[in-house]
Design a protein around this ligand. Structure first.
Ligand code: OOB
Length: 557
């Protein structure tokens, strides 16, 4: 039977799917089954730590199944979608696992998203429920969810972590344990989702307009998790600190929270990577593995250099990825933090590359590693799609058992990002060394990578055009020492008119756009440079902003 979501999803060709099964990449088990395995094997071991709250595997499995049943009792059905916008905490983990068990599909929104992104994602996914915190940093997520439900009638159920208003459902009640979970477990086992069905929706970084939904199936995601666990050396002794937003593929499944739970290790959930709290958690829990974007790794290095703590004694591996880690920062990780660096070049669309823990220092510090699976196919091609020799940078194309063949309900985006024979073009410019390791040299996609958060230039430009006095707008990446890149906006305005950065920031805030997407620098020019075919020449603009920054004495890189 094809489900609603399967219809919007492009499946792998049948012969390849058969091969992935035959080779054992796809084990034909739903994600929840792996968690139950661990819970049966290590019931008393601690699985999840969030502040003072500790859940053993038996308690986690109990809450997972109890919650799955309650979600179904609320009226949600298998294949229904639920928007998940939760900070890193035990609630995120239990709710996500409960969805996997019930066959309900979580849409992995970010805590930073606001009305603008959430309404788009809710409509596209046709979500019937949303899970939000009550208030974080003075922002009322519950009120935002209520506004969404008013404008989108299909969104019927609001789950609130913390203090829920009377008409909403308190998430913690849904996630509470039961005395005896065995009946629930048997019922859920009997109606377990098909392993080829969508398990979750991840969000694409997006180059064209708003984010796209990436369907990840139980089979492909389980393999993603298992394949990533090997080069990172995950065992039941792994103690993992998750501080990046858990709805990102990287901290969720590369190997991330799910990889550690598959293996029987311990996960520590922290809503922010702020060094003082992160270091305290590392010391208290004896953390062995953590994940950072380059800006966070740099902050941790600076903090450690200043404070000279002895809190990191147990930290064995620090994974860094999401944007390009400068070689000079890479070289400081081991000497300063005492942990082995693992560079990770991955994407929510699938392919994950990592350096290996026993690689020579030159590989660890200057490359972004190689695919985690022997079944990952990678090609580096020129603008005509012809393969390039090692050492020559080109566009990366990839296929494999955990790289889906298309976005959800997005034929136009698929035509651009996927070749007819299923290769995904991420838009990264990559060089492959003769030893197989990849170096990310740049990208040919119109995106700003702000410390790992991806911003589509087109999305911002189309919003800025709402200001009547703006005649042309171009969003580009401006080099930045801390975040790698920030969003810089070039505009032209109607004669005699003035448009200020504050005005633009104000508009985007009022539109309910996530704060990380709000332009941080504005350059008003008389004319924007164009290419021979009349498109705005962003290469020239990037050179221009670099020049302006240098003239202003800002050393960006
Ligand atoms: C990760 O996933 P996304 O989907 O947020 O972004 C993917 C894009 C890549 O196409 C590339 O442009 C960039 O992020 N990227 C890197 C990088 N890792 C990701 N660019 C340079 N160096 C790296 N190490 O960002 C993601 C997903 C799973 C694991 C790790 C990162």
């Amino acid at each position: 039977m094809t489900s609603h979501t399967s219809e919007g999803t492009i499946a792998w060709p049948a012969d390849l799917a058969a091969e992935f099964r035959a080779k054992g990449y796809w084990e034909d088990r739903p994600l929840g089954a792996y968690i139950l395995d661990t819970a049966d094997r290590l019931p008393e071991k601690t699985a999840v730590v969030d502040g003072d709250l500790r859940l053993t595997y038996a308690e986690l499995a109990n809450r997972m199944d109890a919650a799955a049943e309650r979600l179904l009792q609320l009226g949600l059905k298998p294949d229904d979608r639920i928007m998940v916008q939760l900070p890193n905490g035990w609630q995120f983990t239990v709710l996500t696992l409960a969805c996997f068990r019930a066959g309900i599909i979580p849409v992995m929104a970010l805590p930073a998203h606001r009305q603008y992104e959430l309404s788009f994602l809710t409509e596209l996914s046709e979500a019937r429920a949303i899970a939000v915190p009550d208030v974080i940093k003075d922002f009322d997520h519950q009120a935002m969810a209520e506004e969404l439900a008013v404008s989108i009638p299909a969104l019927e159920i609001i789950l609130v972590s913390g203090t829920a208003k009377p008409l909403n459902v308190r998430l913690e009640e849904i996630l509470a344990p039961v005395k005896d979970v065995s009946a629930a477990r048997a019922r859920l086992d009997a109606t377990a989702p098909s392993p080829d069905s969508p398990a979750l929706f991840l969000l694409s970084g997006g180059t064209t307009g708003l984010p796209k939904l990436i369907t990840r199936t139980h089979n492909d995601y389980a393999y993603n998790i298992k394949a990533c666990s090997i080069p990172t050396g995950v065992t039941e002794d792994t103690v993992y600190l998750g501080t990046l937003p858990a709805s990102h593929n990287f901290p969720l499944a590369c190997p991330g929270i799910l990889g550690i739970l598959f293996a029987g290790g311990r996960t520590i959930m922290l809503p922010s990577p702020e060094p003082r709290k992160a270091f305290a958690a590392i010391e208290r829990e004896g953390v062995t593995l953590s994940t950072a974007v380059p800006a966070v790794a740099q902050r941790w290095i600076e903090y450690q250099q200043e404070a000279g703590t002895s809190q990191l004694a147990t930290l064995e591996v620090l994974q860094v990825g999401g944007s390009r880690l400068p070689d000079e920062i890479a070289r400081k990780v081991k000497p300063v933090l005492g942990a082995t660096l693992q560079q990770v070049f991955g994407m929510a669309e699938g392919l994950i590359n990592t350096t290996r823990l026993d690689d020579p220092e030159d590989v660890i510090c200057t490359t972004q590693g190689r695919p985690v699976s022997e079944a990952d196919e990678v090609r580096i091609v020129d603008e005509f799609g012809e393969d390039l020799p090692d050492g020559v940078p080109g566009s990366i194309l990839t296929r494999g058992p955990y790289t889906p063949r298309g976005y959800y309900r997005a034929p136009e985006a698929n035509a651009r990002a996927f070749t007819p024979d299923g290769w995904y073009a991420s838009g990264d410019i990559v060089e492959r060394r003769p030893d197989g390791n990849l170096i990310v040299q740049g990208r040919d996609k119109d995106m700003i990578n702000r410390g790992g958060e991806k911003i589509s230039a087109e999305e911002i430009e189309s919003l800025v055009y709402r200001i009547e006095d703006v005649t042309m707008a171009a969003a580009i990446a401006m080099p930045d020492q801390v975040l790698g890149e920030r969003l810089c906006l070039y505009i032209t305005v109607k004669p005699g008119r003035e448009v200020t950065l504050e005005q633009i920031q104000d508009l985007l805030r009022r539109t309910g756009v996530a704060a990380f997407k709000i332009p941080e620098h504005l350059v008003v020019v008389d004319e924007l440079p164009t290419t021979k075919v009349g498109k705005i020449n962003k290469k020239d603009l990037r050179a221009d902003i670099a020049e302006r920054l240098a003239a202003a004495g800002v050393h960006a890189k």
